[in-house]
Design a protein around this ligand. Structure first.
Ligand SMILES: [Zn+2]
Length: 218
């Protein structure tokens, strides 16, 4: 899953308005950020099979970033780091941890039986990627739901929220139906660039168009 993860980020920052949107955007993808770094440094391994539906990814060996135990470790580290560097208390840090864990749970729906619990014993994933129209529809639906919830919970003007959601919908269409990436290195670099652009866009939107609590905010 790619853009659908950001629905959780929108829900997280919509629920706890002390949590900046860019932090939530980074949290929901932090395991994929390290996935891309670990691919470039050969700590983890994938291969590409262009005949597969939705995308060419064959996730051969991802014991750290896409095991449940690994994800939980990333969640504790992220929540602990956030708690250390901010003064906003325990709850936003807890939300950061949950946002990190959400990545594995949403990946479970779309991945092709390549997720593991402990890094070795594998075979989890419901394989929605095998039906691209359903998987892309799910991601776009999640994005719409997240954007709607965030709009309800904050004072941010509708235009930047719709703009952010539109970028995510465009990114989803590109990911599922656009040209396939031809090498593992290109895949990792494109992933890192996508996460950097989306996190920066969230930061810019919130900075420019308001962070104040809406009528339903806490
Ligand atoms: Zn992932």
């Amino acid at each position: 899953m790619l853009m659908g993860h950001y629905s959780v980020a929108l829900a997280a920052s919509g629920t706890d308005r002390r949590l900046p949107l860019w932090v939530s955007f980074l949290a929901v993808q932090i395991v994929d950020v390290f996935w891309a770094i670990f691919l470039l440094t050969h700590v983890e391994r994938i291969s590409l099979s262009p005949g597969l539906p939705s995308n060419s990814l064959v996730l051969d060996h991802l014991p750290y970033t896409h095991s449940l135990v690994g994800t939980l470790a990333f969640a504790f580290l992220a929540a602990g780091s956030y708690r250390l560097v901010t003064t906003t208390g325990r709850r936003p840090a807890g939300v950061v941890g949950l946002a990190v864990v959400s990545h594995w749970i949403l990946d479970l729906i779309v991945h092709r039986r390549d997720l593991t619990l402990f890094g070795a014993v594998g075979g989890y994933g419901y394989g929605l990627w095998d039906v691209p129209i359903a998987a892309s529809g799910l991601e776009m639906g999640l994005v719409a739901l997240g954007a709607w919830y965030f709009a309800r919970r904050t004072n941010m003007a509708p235009v930047p929220i719709v703009a952010l959601a539109s970028v995510m919908v465009g990114g989803t269409i590109w990911f599922y139906f656009g040209p396939r990436l031809r090498s593992v290195t290109t895949t990792a670099v494109a992933a890192l660039a996508t996460y950097a652009v989306m996190t920066t866009a969230a930061w810019a939107a919130e900075r420019r168009w308001g962070t104040s609590t809406g009528p339903g905010g806490t």
